[in-house]
Design a protein around this ligand. Structure first.
Ligand code: APR
Ligand code: PHB
Length: 389
């Protein structure tokens, strides 16, 4: 079998790329290791930058998003008992929207079905072969039989644990990584959000975040130990801890309820360079990871898709390789800035095990600068709503 672009991974990166290419008449096959239900069962962040919102519209998959999303003009930061708002709208005239990544993924799968594009689920042993030649191909097993797809290009959209990045020789690839000494314990509950905007809280007991999906679905997080056992975090313990990390007025108005999902996620910053090897292009979590403070995971995946789509369309339309030749460089230039924002925000808001009194004073001074300095707020706002592509 032959196609133009094999996309390894049917998460948001692979699906969005597939949809944009389809609209330009470029044929793709998506190979996904899990089932569709499994992919749609993952709970991830839900803050979309304007760039991603525009791409959802360009991909023709914005109908539900446009009616169900919530526009957020700003976000709140709390420290000790104080809370302040960073108003993106007032500072830079832009917003973000709240719409769950699960919903983005669902809309993209539905559009792919409608378009009749091919997705192969539950593939095993995917191998990307001859990516450094003009005739790459991908082999895999499905339903117990071995398959091969020849193609022009391979898009490695298979997340952090995928095979794509591992296909690039060690002599070519350089990896940069920072692992944080804590995790986030997240709870999803069918309760109304405690506040109309997100609250990122720095407290002496550790970080907390009050987020939401809609009017009756809330998402909360508390910083926890990396080796914490989920069994030891009863719902009551979680709510009690969350209330102790947010300002009193917020704690008093928090509506609690049973968790419908509870999980612990480690925090990591990771980037690999380059994001291209021959005819293989890495996209999204396959090439980089950010800690979730700042909600850049899905949005950085989207900017990669933007540059790769642009490059592939240019190649097929004009026979011009400039876009694909500069893909890695352009994607990485934006990624590193999002990495810096996510790292800086993580450092500003969490308690670290080895923090000295001096470190704590520095952290406090940084939060106060953000509270009282409009230039600092503008920088935060520009990064939160997303730097231009
Ligand atoms: N073969 C085929 N598919 C694979 C393989 C493999 N060897 N390995 C992984 N996959 C699939 C996974 O099952 C998953 O569905 O690739 C997909 C990758 O999806 P994501 O991990 O969601 O990554 P991406 O599409 O880049 O989306 C980035 O997801 O992790 C979040 O915070 C991140 O929000 C960001 C977004
Ligand atoms: C979420 O709603 O899950 C969420 C929101 C903002 C973040 C991280 C996660 O920074």
């Amino acid at each position: 079998m032959r196609t133009q672009v094999v996309i390894v991974g049917g998460g948001p990166s692979g699906l969005l790329l597939g949809q944009l290419l389809h609209l330009k008449g470029i044929e793709t096959v998506i190979l996904e290791r899990k089932t569709r239900d499994y992919v749609l069962g993952r709970i991830r962040a839900g803050i979309l930058e304007t760039g991603l919102v525009d791409m959802m519209r360009e991909a023709g998959v914005s109908k539900r998003m446009d009616t169900e999303c919530f526009i957020h003009h700003g976000t709140c930061i709390s420290y000790d008992g104080e809370m302040f708002d960073i108003n993106f709208q007032k500072l830079i005239g832009e917003n973000v929207i709240v719409y769950g990544q699960t919903e983005v993924t669902r809309d993209l799968y539905d559009a792919r079905d409608t378009a009749g594009c091919r997705t192969v689920f539950e593939v095993e042993d995917v191998e990307i072969r001859d990516a450094d030649t003009d005739n790459p191909f991908v082999t895999f097993n499905v339903d117990g039989s071995a398959r091969r797809i020849d193609c022009d290009f391979v898009a490695g959209c298979d997340g952090f644990h995928g095979v794509s990045r591992k296909t690039i020789p060690d002599t070519v690839l350089k990896e940069y990584e920072k692992v944080y000494p804590f995790g986030w314990l997240g709870v999803l509950s069918e309760t109304p959000p405690v506040h109309e905007e997100l609250i990122y809280a720095n407290s002496e007991r550790g970080f907390a975040l009050c987020s939401m999906r809609n009017d009756s679905l809330s998402r909360y997080y508390v910083q926890c130990g990396l080796n914490d056992d989920l069994q030891e975090w009863s719902d009551d313990r979680f709510w009690d801890e969350l209330k102790r990390r947010v300002p009193e007025a917020i704690a008093d108005s928090l509506v609690t309820g049973p968790s419908i999902e509870k999980s612990i996620a480690p925090l990591r910053s990771f980037v690999c360079e380059p994001m291209r090897w021959g005819r293989l292009f890495l996209c999204g979590d396959a090439a980089h990871i950010v800690p979730p403070t700042g909600a850049k995971g899905l949005n950085t995946a989207a900017s990669d898709v933007h540059y790769l789509n642009e490059g592939l369309v240019q190649y097929y339309r004009d026979g011009d390789t400039h876009g694909i030749d500069t893909y890695s460089e352009k994607a990485l230039a934006r990624i590193w800035k999002a990495e810096r924002f996510s790292w800086a925000t993580t450092n500003m808001l969490h308690r670290f095990p080895d923090q000295s009194e001096f470190d704590l004073k520095m952290q406090r001074a940084e939060i106060e600068s953000l509270h009282y300095n409009e230039t600092a707020q503008r920088w935060f706002a520009q990064n939160y709503v997303g730097l231009p592509y």
